[in-house]
Design a protein around this ligand. Structure first.
Ligand code: ADP
Ligand code: MG
Length: 263
């Protein structure tokens, strides 16, 4: 019996890779073999499968990004902590480790408009996606609107499962609109399910905790919701001026200076 020719073995290997849908490895095969020189079999295999593993990881991360629906590209590193002294750089570093996601903890950003709550929530979302977690972003208003529609269309259980599924749910802008009894109850059920399953929530709100009764119009629901959210939670109060207004003010200041100089 004669040994198969190297060329035939190579063609078979390519066919195996294609059959197994290891496309990145198939594409890289010729180059890896050419560059192998005196590398051991184990090293060649590791290089080849490493390329496939990397391609798979990238594809999965892209798919998580698409499904998360994050409305911007903000990264935690983009947050200017000099401009916002109420958010300590150590806190951001700590949040970036994502230990709180592993622990099923929550993060609550509380502060007036324009101080970077949404930016930080999105930054945490991207960090969690990069860390391999499934993430979903919604505003509180969208969440309750979807629950309302689902109740009418008989898809309530599905929708509850949908909001329970991701490892991190971001609920942005709670408190801008007061919630009716039905809306408050829908939100409570989402929060409660995630609490029971040990799944994290990042929540942003312009209302201090003492004002939650006003958002929900029902102090009992407000207290129950807070109880779930505060469990294992990191609360980040952000105060100070709106970042947007800050740049606006700087422009105005520059403009005034220019006008004064022009006089
Ligand atoms: P909020 O959700 O608290 O109303 P946003 O996160 O929407 O505020 O921030 C308003 C705008 O200002 C956004 O464009 C955001 O990127 C920017 N911004 C706010 N705070 C900072 C900061 N500390 N560093 C960089 N950009 C900031
Ligand atoms: Mg916001």
């Amino acid at each position: 019996m004669t040994a198969p020719s190297p060329n035939r073995t190579y063609q078979q290997l390519r066919a195996h890779l294609a059959y197994l849908k290891l496309d990145a490895a198939a594409d890289a095969l010729a180059g890896v073999l050419d560059g192998a020189d005196d590398a051991s079999h184990v090293e060649v295999l590791e290089t080849l499968l490493g390329i496939e593993a990397e391609a798979t990881a990238t594809r999965r991360r892209e798919s998580r990004r698409r499904l998360a629906g994050l409305p911007a590209e903000h990264r935690l590193d983009d947050f200017d902590t000099d401009a916002q002294p109420s958010v300590a750089p150590e806190l951001l570093r700590d949040l970036a480790t994502l230990r709180w996601v592993d622990d099923g903890g929550n993060v609550l950003f509380i502060g007036p408009p324009g101080v970077g709550k949404t930016m930080l929530a999105i930054g945490l979302g991207h960090a969690a996606i990069d860390g391999g977690h499934r993430v979903y972003y919604t505003t509180a208003a969208d969440l309750v609107a979807r629950c309302h529609k689902a109740a009418i269309e008989g898809r309530w259980a599905n929708t509850m499962r949908f909001f329970a599924a991701p490892q991190l749910l971001i609920i942005d802008e709670l408190g801008y609109l007061p919630l009716t009894g039905e809306a408050a109850s829908a939100l409570f059920q989402v929060v409660n399910r995630r609490y029971a399953a040990g799944q994290s929530i990042v929540l942003t709100t312009n209302r201090g905790i003492s004002q939650w009764g006003e958002i929900f119009d029902d102090p009992v629901v407000a207290a129950a919701m807070l109880d779930r959210l505060m469990h294992r939670s990191i609360i980040v109060p952000i105060d100070g001026d709106s970042y947007r207004m800050r740049t606006h003010r700087n422009h105005t200041h520059d403009l005034r200076k220019a006008i004064t100089l022009g006089d």
